[in-house]
Design a protein around this ligand. Structure first.
Ligand code: SF4
Length: 492
C-alpha cells in the first residue's frame, strides 16, 4: 500500500499547531525525509472534526486509504491539547503502520520520555503493572519495551526524587582532541589549545558567582557531573583548578562524575587529580573494541588504549567506572558488537551505557553517508534491534540492571539509549536529568540550566551561549541569567 522507500511526503492538517508532531509520526516509519504541505511523493491528510462532544481524527493516504480515531472531547488547558495531540497521532500511526505493515517498537511515542508515561499512569492511580499495560494499549509500545520501562521505574524507586533543598551541577568542557564522525554536540576541537586557559578562568568565575546565590537560597549540591566534550582533553593542572574550585564552593555532594570519555586523553596525572578531588565516578568510553571502526568514526584511539585507561583507573582506586557503547556503528555486524560487549563484561565496570547510533544532520557521518548516497537501511535497523536486545539480555544475566533510558531523533531503528548499573551504582545525576526531577545548575559554554518550579509544575531553562569565545566574553551575563531565574524560585 505504501513503499518503504518513499522519499518525500505532502502532509496537510486542519490543525496547524499539530504539524511538527504529525511529521514526527511519519518519520518514525520513513526516516528523516522531507515533509511539506505543498508537495511530496505521497499525500497524507489529517482532518480533525468535532461532533456531539466527540473528536474524530482522520488520517488519509492518497485520498483513498484512511484510519480514524475518536475520543471524548476534553475542555481546558494542557489536558485538552494533550488529548487532542495523542488522538491525532494515534490515527496517523494506525494509518502508517497498516499502510507499511510495520509496528515500531516504541509505538506512536515521539518527543516524550517513555518512562514519563509510566509515571503519568501511576500518578492517576494505576499500579505499575496497570501503567505498563496502558502504554501498550494506548501507545502501541511493544511488550519488550514496556517491560523495560517497568524495570527502569522499579530501579529508580527511592532515588528519582532528589531532596527538596538540593540541586545538581553540570560543568561543560566543550573541547575534544578530534571530532567523532557521529558527533552533533557543540564541542570544538581543541586546536592549538589557546582557548582552554581563558575558558577555565571563565568557568571558575561562573562557579564563584553562581555559588554565591545558591548559598543565599540555602540549596546544597546533590550530584555533580563534568561532561562535554571531553573534560580530560584539558591538562591535569586545568582539571585540578576547576575541580578544586567546584569542591570548595559546592561541597559535600553525594556523587561526582567526570566523563573522561576518550581513552586517548586519559593519563595517570589526570586520573590522580580527579581522584584526589574526591570524584567517585568516571566514564571511560570504548564505543567499540574494533580498531577499524574507531578509525571510521574518527575516534583516533585504539582498543588497546581503552584497556590501558580502564586498568589505570582501577589501579588508582576508581570503584565506579562507566563504559559507553554504540550499537550499529558503520561497517559493524552483530559479531563485532558481541565481541565488544564480551570485552566490556569481562572488564566488569559498575555501569554500562548502550547507545543506538543516532545520525544527526550536524554530524560528519550524516554528510559522509549523504555523499555516498547511503543511510541506515532497514537491515541496519533490524541489526541494531538485535544488538540492543542482546545487550539487555547479556547485561541482565550478569547483574547489571537498566536504570535510565532516553531516545533521540534519527536513531537506528527508532530504538533507545539505556544506562545499566550494578545494584547501588545507578548515577543519580543521569536519573535526575533525564526524568527532569532534579534542578540542574549548568555552567560552561552551551550548558543549559533547568529549574523546576514544583508548585506550578513548570520547568524553565537558562541556556549559556554555545560559542566558546562569546561565553568567555559574556560569562557574567550568563550567571546573571541564572541568578534571575533561580531567585524567581524564592519569590514564587
Ligand atoms: S568525544 Fe563526544 S563530544 Fe567529543 S567529538 Fe566525540 S562524540 Fe563529540
Amino acid at each position: 500500500m505504501m513503499d518503504h522507500a518513499v522519499t518525500s511526503v505532502r502532509l496537510t492538517t486542519n490543525l496547524d499547531w499539530l504539524y511538527p508532531e504529525l511529521s514526527e509520526v511519519i518519520r518514525l516509519f520513513l526516516g528523516d525525509i522531507p515533509i511539506a504541505p505543498d508537495a511530496g511523493a505521497v499525500e497524507i491528510a489529517h482532518i480533525h472534526t468535532e461532533e456531539n462532544g466527540m473528536w474524530t481524527e482522520n488520517a488519509v493516504l492518497d485520498g483513498n486509504f484512511s484510519r480514524s480515531h475518536c475520543v471524548k472531547k476534553v475542555s481546558g488547558g494542557l489536558e485538552e491539547k494533550r488529548t487532542l495531540k495523542r488522538a491525532a497521532k494515534t490515527a496517523l500511526f494506525l494509518l502508517m503502520s497498516q499502510a507499511l505493515d510495520r509496528m515500531p517498537p516504541w509505538g506512536s511515542l515521539t518527543g516524550i520520555r517513555p518512562t514519563r508515561l509510566i509515571y503519568e499512569g501511576m500518578s492517576r492511580g494505576m499500579t505499575l503493572e496497570e501503567a505498563e499495560n496502558w502504554v501498550k494499549q494506548e501507545f502501541f509500545v511493544s511488550d519488550e519495551k514496556a517491560s523495560l520501562l517497568k524495570e527502569i521505574v522499579t530501579m529508580q524507586k527511592g532515588i528519582i526524587e532528589p531532596p527538596k533543598d538540593t540541586f545538581d551541577l553540570y560543568i561543560g568542557i566543550p573541547f575534544c582532541v578530534t571530532r567523532c564522525a557521529y558527533c552533533s554536540f557543540a564541542s570544538g576541537e581543541i586546536g592549538n589549545g589557546k582557548l582552554t586557559e581563558p575558558y577555565v578562568d571563565a568557568l571558575i568565575q561562573e562557579i564563584r558567582e553562581t555559588s554565591a546565590f545558591m548559598k543565599k537560597m540555602n540549596l546544597r549540591l546533590r550530584a555533580g557531573y563534568m561532561g562535554g566534550g571531553t573534560p580530560t582533553s584539558l591538562s591535569a593542572d586545568q582539571l585540578d583548578r576547576i575541580l578544586k574550585e567546584a569542591m570548595h564552593h559546592f561541597p559535600d555532594a553525594v556523587e561526582w562524575t567526570v566523563e573522561a570519555g576518550r581513552p586517548d586523553t586519559i593519563d595517570k596525572d589526570k586520573l590522580l587529580v580527579i581522584r584526589n578531588n574526591h570524584v567517585d565516578r568516571i566514564s571511560v568510553n570504548p564505543q567499540t573494541f574494533k580498531d577499524e571502526t574507531l578509525k571510521i568514526i574518527g575516534r583516533r584511539h585504539t582498543s588497546e588504549e581503552t584497556l590501558r585507561a580502564f586498568h589505570l583507573a582501577r589501579e588508582i582506586g576508581f570503584d565506579h567506572i562507566n563504559m559507553d557503547l554504540i550499537a550499529a556503528l558503520p561497517g559493524e555486524d552483530f559479531k563485532d558488537f558481541e565481541r565488544t560487549l564480551s570485552i566490556v563484561t569481562d572488564l566488569n565496570p559498575e555501569s554500562v551505557t548502550v547507545h543506538s547510533l543516532a545520525i544527526k544532520r550536524s554530524s560528519k557521518l550524516h554528510e559522509q553517508l549523504t555523499v555516498q548516497g547511503t543511510s541506515h537501511n532497514q537491515a541496519d535497523c533490524e541489526m541494531a534491534d538485535d544488538m540492543i536486545r542482546y545487550a539487555r539480555k547479556t547485561l541482565s544475566a550478569l547483574g547489571w540492571r537498566p536504570y535510565y533510558l532516553y531516545r533521540q531523533k534519527y536513531m537506528a531503528g527508532n530504538l533507545e539509549n539505556v544506562g545499566y548499573a550494578k545494584p547501588g551504582k545507578a548515577c543519580l545525576y543521569n536519573i535526575g536529568n533525564m526524568e527532569e526531577t532534579a534542578r540542574v545548575l549548568a555552567l560552561g559554554a552551551g550548558a543549559i540550566s533547568k529549574w523546576i518550579f514544583p508548585r506550578e509544575r513548570r520547568i524553565e531553562r537558562a541556556p549559556n551561549v554555545k560559542n566558546i569565545e562569546e561565553y568567555i566574553a559574556r560569562v557574567h551575563e550568563m550567571t546573571e541569567r541564572k541568578r534571575i531565574l533561580i531567585m524567581e524560585d524564592e519569590r514564587s
